[in-house]
Design a protein around this ligand. Structure first.
Ligand code: SOE
Length: 387
């Protein structure tokens, strides 16, 4: 079988999640190409070597540009903060490397436009790209999309979506790159709001047409981190400004006329990674919460009122998306499986010579929604999303 050499940039939280995906995808799924974990890239030689050993990579580089010149790398996986996505992804595509890029696609609409243009040029030469909205690959989410497409809930009227975390609710939680506008572009809006924008559009097959939003930064100054990894850090003695939003809420109208209410916050004490989506249609409803990610709740308005009610579907049957490759019914999947499924879909698309989804163009459209929410929060006006 033909090898697909992978070069991964970044080895913190997302780098580790992507590494496990590359490790496990070929062991559980029959892939048409064999992804080989050839090179892990990070700026600190000692740290990247230690990470490569732990995560299963054969070799390391300290300059991402070197990856673009290596013949044993056919795909670049970008797990860096948002400020370097555009530069790396565009250079990689121009060097003829397929690209998987973490979300949100970029820090600004202008960067995302340049990335989508580079992706379109590369696609014409058979070079593929995908943005990592990994929650699309949760089986219960795939099932929700299928039920909407099959007309099981009829015409969608309401979309209610929340992404709730609390990892910086403590005002003394230290600064990290995720709280720095230069590095991250925005705060809760781009980091987690981007997911619920993508998920609701994916499930409904519809697009957000206009928004009216409000951003807030509750804690404007925090300790500078002495050390930081993933979502936790050790506070140092200095203090520095928080330059992004702590929370973002917005109203939306979808192209079909459905109404949306969105909330993304890192201040929902007690909620760790709750992605709650409820969709009400003319014939029924669907409800999902990532904290119970194997379940989808379905209400069929056509049932006998005597016994009608929300039904809990345990999305662990072989007939549910991706599940057949894993465990018997009821043997639950977790956070990391979405990353594995993402890799499976990407490798499949590359082998078939098809453009994978979500594309950079899809990532650009989400970026436009995020920018419109931000603009609306400043202007206090509704903002339309340009086509
Ligand atoms: C931090 O809020 C974070 O790791 C996000 O960056 C991820 O996209 C999300 O999956 C989990 O939370």
């Amino acid at each position: 079988m033909t090898n697909l050499g992978i070069g991964l940039i970044g080895y913190a939280f997302m780098g580790a999640a992507h590494s496990q995906a590359w490790r496990s995808a070929p062991r559980f799924f029959d892939l048409p190409l064999n992804p080989t974990m050839n090179v892990l890239c990070g700026r600190n030689a000692e740290a990247v070597q230690a990470a490569a050993k732990k995560l299963g990579w054969s070799d390391t580089e300290t300059d991402w540009r070197k990856l673009l010149t290596r013949d044993d790398v056919q795909l670049i996986d970008v797990c860096t903060p948002g400020d370097s996505h555009a530069e790396i992804a565009i250079a990689a595509l121009q060097a003829g490397k397929h690209v998987l890029c973490e979300k949100p696609l970029a820090n600004t609409v202008a960067e995302a436009e340049a990335m989508a243009a580079a992706a379109a040029d590369a696609a014409a030469k058979g070079v593929r790209s995908m943005v990592g909205f990994t929650y699309r690959r949760v089986p219960a989410i795939g099932l929700a999309r299928q039920l909407v497409a099959d007309g099981k809930i009829g015409t969608v009227r309401h979309v209610r979506a929340q992404y709730l975390q609390d990892w910086i609710a403590d005002p003394e939680a230290p600064l990290s790159w995720r709280l720095d506008k230069e590095k991250a572009g925005s705060g809760a809006l781009g980091d987690i709001g981007a997911h619920i924008v993508d998920l609701t559009q994916y499930i409904t097959g519809d697009r957000i047409a206009e928004v009216n939003g409000l951003l807030e930064t509750f804690v404007k100054e925090r300790p500078v981190a002495a050390a930081h990894s993933g979502l936790s850090g050790e506070a140092g003695t200095e203090r520095g400004p928080v330059t992004v939003d702590d929370a973002a809420i917005f109203l939306a109208r979808f192209g079909s006329g459905a109404l949306g209410v969105f909330e993304a916050t890192r201040f929902a004490t007690g909620r760790k990674n709750a992605i709650r989506i409820e969709i009400n249609g003319s014939l029924g409803s669907l409800a999902f919460d990532f904290e119970d990610m194997n379940e989808l709740h379905f209400y069929d308005a056509g049932e006998d009122p005597l016994t009608a009610g929300f039904r809990r579907i345990l999305a662990t049957e072989a007939v549910h998306p991706y599940v057949a490759a894993w465990w018997p019914p009821g043997h639950l999947l977790g956070y990391e499986h979405g990353f594995t499924h993402q890799v499976v879909d990407l490798v499949g698309a590359i082998a078939e010579g098809k453009d994978p989804a979500p594309s950079f163009a899809d990532g650009l459209q989400v970026q436009r929604v995020l920018a419109a929410v931000e603009d609306s929060s400043t202007s206090r006006q509704w903002q339309e999303i340009p086509e």
